[in-house]
Design a protein around this ligand. Structure first.
Ligand SMILES: O=c1[nH]c(=O)c2[nH]c(=O)[nH]c2[nH]1
Length: 299
């Protein structure tokens, strides 16, 4: 019997790549210029693990090459949408290197918007409008189809009324008062996955989900809409996203509940009817919901 002790661990997942590859695509259409700036993370999983186990780098596509590939594909393919560019990158690595088993690409788009402060759109000047950061994740295994998720993050919104929270469970530590009129402030994170890509307009889908989240948060401009809880508002937004974008198979939303407290001015003999508020970024509630479409129901 050999003296070799059988190890009790296995290499579950090996992925390596380049993070934070930033690049801007500049496209000229006569006088009118277009830009797209992205930050890309690439990750490859190889069919053998000899790089990790034996220090054998034969199959390793260096992370430096992965970075260069991002630059080169911007020139070669262009960035129509981040989702399409993510799929182009996956395809490239799988077709170029037979030892690559899975490619995972994460892309964030810098929120440049054409400058229009004069009421007219500028032909070559832009302003950063970080209303929301659009991102995507594309994963493709060899012989598999690309799996595309899209999302929005950092979308901070606040409303000063039409929000409440009542009827919650109580115990000996509960001090929270029931309110039917409060501020509602949150920074929305949302990520969803498509199960059908044929004919899908990625830009339109993102705009649709964004509008749905904002509509459910704010309601009509002159009247608003009452939110009985963060939970219910995010549920309604997710349900409507499934209805309006049939290609979405699952969606998650995270909404921290950033509290604003009414500052006690009574010691100065002053009344304060929610006119002077204390923003309290932390602690914040953190409300999450992930939903999957029932496999057979395509609305
Ligand atoms: O909309 C809310 N959901 C909660 O779960 C919660 N908990 C809390 O203290 N305030 C709120 N508000």
């Amino acid at each position: 019997m050999s003296n070799e002790v059988k190890t009790e661990f296995i290499e579950e997942k090996t992925m390596y790549g380049k993070n934070g590859v930033r690049v801007l695509q500049h496209r000229r259409e006569g006088k009118v210029h277009h830009i797209k700036e992205v930050e890309v993370n690439t990750e490859l999983s190889l069919s053998s693990k000899k790089d990790y186990i034996d220090g054998d780098n034969n199959d390793v596509v260096p992370t430096d090459t992965q970075k260069n590939t991002v630059y080169a594909l911007v020139r070669e393919k262009g960035i129509r949408t981040i989702e399409q560019f993510g799929m182009d990158l996956c395809k490239h690595f799988l077709e170029t290197h037979s030892q690559v088993h899975t490619v995972n690409v994460y892309i964030e788009e810098a929120p440049w918007r054409r400058l229009d402060h004069t009421g007219r759109e500028h032909v070559h000047a832009f302003i950063l409008n970080p209303e929301a950061i659009r991102f995507c994740q594309v994963t493709q295994r060899r012989y598999g189809k690309p799996c595309v998720s899209a999302g929005l993050k950092g979308m901070k919104v606040l409303k000063t009324t039409k929000s409440g929270f009542v009827g919650f469970a109580r115990d000996k530590y509960t001090t929270l008062p029931e309110v039917t009129d409060r501020f509602f402030c949150t920074t929305v994170y949302s990520k969803w996955t498509y199960d059908e890509l044929l004919g899908l307009d990625f830009d339109r889908a993102v705009e649709t989900v964004k509008a749905i989240i904002l509509d459910n948060f704010a309601g009509p401009p002159d009247t608003g809409v009452y939110s009985p809880s963060v939970q219910n508002t995010m549920y309604l937004a997710q349900k409507q996203s499934f209805q309006k974008v049939p290609q979405i198979s699952e969606i998650e939303i995270v909404m921290p509940n950033s509290h604003y407290f009414t500052i006690d001015l009574s010691k100065f003999g002053m009344e304060n009817k929610d006119e002077v508020m204390l923003p309290a970024e932390k602690p914040a509630g953190n409300i999450k919901l992930s939903m999957k479409r029932h496999p057979k129901s395509k609305l």
